[in-house]
Design a protein around this ligand. Sequence first.
Ligand code: CTP
Length: 425
Amino acid sequence: MVSKLKNINSYFKPILESLSELADKLNVRVYLVGGVVRDLMLGEKIFDLDIVVEADAIDFAHKFADIHKKQFKKHHTFGTATVFFDNHHIDFVTARSEIYSGFGALPRVKPASLKEDLLRRDFTINAMAISLNKSDYGKLLDYYCGEKDLKSGIIRILHDDSFMDDPTRILRAIRFEQRFSFKLEKDTLKLAKKAIGKNAFGLVNPHRLREELILILKEPFPRRYIKRLYELRILSLIDKNIKLNKNDFHIVARIEQAIGFYKASFKRHRQLEEWIIYLMAILHRVESGEAAKFLDTFGFRKGEKIRILSLYGNVDKVKQLNKKVLPHVIYKILNPLSFENIIFFYAYYRGKTIRKRIGIFLDKLISIHLRLKGEDLRRLGFKPPTLYGKLFERLLYAKIDKGFKTFKEEISEAHIIFENCQSKH
Ligand code: CTP
């Protein structure tokens, strides 16, 4: 027997061996399962481990965490727990079968054998296990021809009701199909389309759909994925107001480039939440009230909503950057926006002038700050303090336009502006 674990990296090797030891000591069957088995067989990097225990997984996980003095967390879901190893999660689950009571509803579960546990899963390539017990350590258990499908590059469901039982699997199918450049098997595609036609998405908790949509948008270079969602009419079924057109795909392509430009040129700025920018491309032509409804229904977070919705009020403002404007106007327009918004607009507007100005803002203007503080103004006898807010704003704009550097220059400019403010007051 060729061990499927012989190429496991040096970080996970001792962890798996320790799991093996504990399994034999407690006399329980323990397996590595699901996506991690798929990724190991594809030679992909692995991050987290999924472990199925043919006994009480919580008890097993607890003992394992104690041995390694690692953090342990029991979940509310039937028989599941996580042990945290540095940045890696090890998820433990009791082998279980699932009974679906209604289409799209969450299933009832009961303890079962590994074979039954694998049968409840989404695709053949995700339904393989590797034994961790010493007697057959590293042996592949492949009841549903996952290895064959993996070699032929096929995404295949395990039974005809799979997509109706859990319609989020349609989104997962597309994610794996595009990630690995696989194909949906003929009947699997037919059943996906049939489920879509039966309004399967309308039966699922929108929050679960949101999570899957975000996972798709978080994949590297999600353009192909978005195109596939469009081909299958999935986006407009998730929300009837989403109607992508050819130009939107050009925007998505330019977002990929714009993100590349940001990452290469502005390493000192914070990391982008790239998926939000792609969601902006999907939603930007939806009327703002409808977009707000969509974001609420699907339970997006407040910060995500604010960034996405601020697109609508700023399309025309950012367009002004095409005209001849002073540097402080560039600052005034772009500074209130998130980096995600700015990169969206960089992709949305192809004009050289707008792009150049966004570049200037991110490179220089964004880091211009005043040295002068309120206490300096008080000390210098500026009165009344109610004018300080206006003064600081004008002083910053003057600094941006004139490019002065010293504290002294700020003070003399403050005097000029202040006289001006007072005369108008
Ligand atoms: N699974 C399933 N149906 C779902 C979600 C998950 O059958 N709707 C099963 C699959 O066997 C999957 C495993 O649970 O492999 C773990 O799920 P998850 O961690 O979401 O996906 P991975 O397959 O590990 O893929 P990745 O982490 O690479 O996205």
